[in-house]
Design a protein around this ligand. Sequence first.
Ligand code: CUA
Length: 318
Amino acid sequence: MLRPQGPAAESSFDLMKLSITIMIVVLLIVFSIAAYVLVRFRRKPDQREMPEQVEGSFKLEVLWTVIPLILVVVLAVPTVKAVFAAGNDHSNDKNAIKVKVTGHQYWWEFQYTDYGVTTAQDLVIPAGKDIAFELSTKDVLHSFWVPSLSGKMDTNPDGTTNRFSFSAPNEGVYRGKCAELCGPSHGFMEFKVKSVSEAEFEKWVNSMKSPAVLPEDPALAEKFKSQCLTCHAMGDMPDMSSAPNLTGIGSRESVAGILLNDDTGVDGAPVLENLKTWLHDTQGVKPGNKMPDPKKDMNLSDEEIDGIAEFLAGYTLD
Ligand code: CUA
């Protein structure tokens, strides 16, 4: 929030700076006057009589009514302007990229309606373009938030959709959060926004559409199909929206949104290790998540789980 990377976040940050500046100025003036009065009018050691009692001052009363009024106007005008600008959702803008965001306990689904592509956890967008979001939820109230790019927007369980837009002028990876308590793994309901060049975005869309692949070992492929692909979709398979789409999962920034695929960071590990951690103990990584346990519920052996983790880690986008 304090390092805005796009126009929507910058306008919020400007409002913060304006209000904090006004507050500091008011604070300094009020405290200086208070300090002066405390020193100047304090009781002298030999003073016994009551000081002169003053009551009512038309001049002062006008002054301390008009000054706050001016400050409120100075705060209100840019705030109202920014709020209306934030309501501009770009949903009818031909140049905007339309993305349907669906909140799930505890992951994010992103559907690119104009491209026929669905993905999860990594929202890939072209830098500088307006992204028009349409937000809803599959279960409870979540809130979609990318602090460095924009404000929050709720996903409502009552069937209504919320719309808003933001853009990321600079290429880079931005951290996204769920900002509404939605269950035991609310704090792990993270996602990433990857802002890439237009050419890279087109390439990504095309590779997302390439046909689904399966593990090489036929027995494992059969298990994977019957146990995993009944909920998850990949490549050109139709999406069921009941579990995250797995296309190119080996190229993502994280596993399950929270295990960072970055062995250079403090908390990160290579994608294969993260996939193994996840598949061997999904409830340990994300308590309360809705995925059946690969071992207990799907009867997969440790070797099979490792084999699937290896396959998924190698399932990258070219
Ligand atoms: Cu979803 Cu908090």
